[in-house]
Design a protein around this ligand. Structure first.
Ligand SMILES: [Zn+2]
Length: 279
């Protein structure tokens, strides 16, 4: 085998994911748009607002969070119990904030919650170690890359852009030619839904969703679905020549595979769960 590159489910070369912070009522309007277009999104919540049985008006109700968690298009992830600046805090305090946030999120959703977005965005070695201790598997920053690569470190998952830049970058995302030889592409958009209310620009996200769902070569996934697919793909077992592949996982995988070094001879192959595939 000459080259082998991950492709997303059904052989798609591109994926899109969304991440919205703070668990506010305007999230429900975004969920309506997700339902309309069949696009997936991760919502990151703070849980201290619900301490002592409180349910403040400027946050989602617990019942609404549970409803979002049960929507197959949505994932609930953590965003810090009290939304503190982690960089200024000691390890024990950060670790406690994350674990309390996880436990409360899991109690509200009745699901296992292992995703995270850094409150305000900053991160350092202490917060990364604390996330590992809490068995969080990915954490989104606010550092826009304006690029379409999968992250090297899931605990420093830099998004492509804030939604204010999404239309311009989406055109670039689609035009960038990766079909034959290169790695898969990911466009990761983040923001706060209250910004659409404040800037009176809900049409921005709707235009993006409308354009994106017209493209056939995009897999729409929650943050966690991307992590699980990409990590499980690393478990593929190859023969020495690379031409026999055993998939020990529960996922069907797709890959762009070039069996010899002739340019242009690459093709998309499916590698079914639990089976041996020969290329
Ligand atoms: Zn926030």
């Amino acid at each position: 085998m000459y080259s082998f590159n991950l492709r997303f489910p059904n052989g798609k070369s591109r994926a899109m994911t969304f991440s919205y912070d703070d668990g506010i009522p305007a999230d429900l309007r975004l969920v309506e748009l997700l339902n309309k277009y069949g696009v997936k999104c991760t919502f990151n919540i703070n849980t201290a607002f619900y301490d002592n049985g409180k349910e403040p008006d400027n946050r989602l109700k617990k019942s609404q969070i549970k409803e979002i968690a049960e929507n197959p298009l949505c994932e609930i992830a953590c965003h810090g119990h009290t939304h503190p600046y982690y960089n200024a805090l000691p390890m024990a305090t950060v670790t406690n904030d994350i674990i309390v946030n996880r436990k409360n999120s899991e109690a509200i959703t009745d699901k296992i919650v292992r995703g995270f977005a850094y409150p305000y965005g900053p991160f350092n070695e202490t917060s990364e170690a604390a996330l590992k201790a809490a068995n969080i598997v990915y954490a989104r920053t606010t550092k826009s890359t304006k690029a379409f690569d999968l992250p090297e470190n899931w605990l420093q998952w830099h998004p492509t852009c804030h939604h204010r830049d999404c239309l311009e970058l989406f055109d670039e995302f689609i035009l960038s030619d990766n079909k034959k030889w290169h790695a898969p592409k990911l466009m990761y958009v983040w923001g706060h839904t209250y910004e659409f209310d404040n800037n009176n620009n809900w049409e921005l996200i709707e235009e993006l969703l409308e354009k994106a769902t017209k493209e056939e070569d995009i897999w729409f996934a929650t943050n966690m679905e991307i992590v699980e697919y990409v990590e499980a793909f690393k478990e593929l077992v190859f023969s020495a020549d690379g031409n026999t592949i055993y998939n020990p996982t529960r996922f069907d995988f797709w890959a762009l595979c070039n069996a010899n070094w002739q340019p242009g001879s690459g093709r998309i192959i499916k590698i079914p769960a639990g089976e041996v595939t020969r290329v």
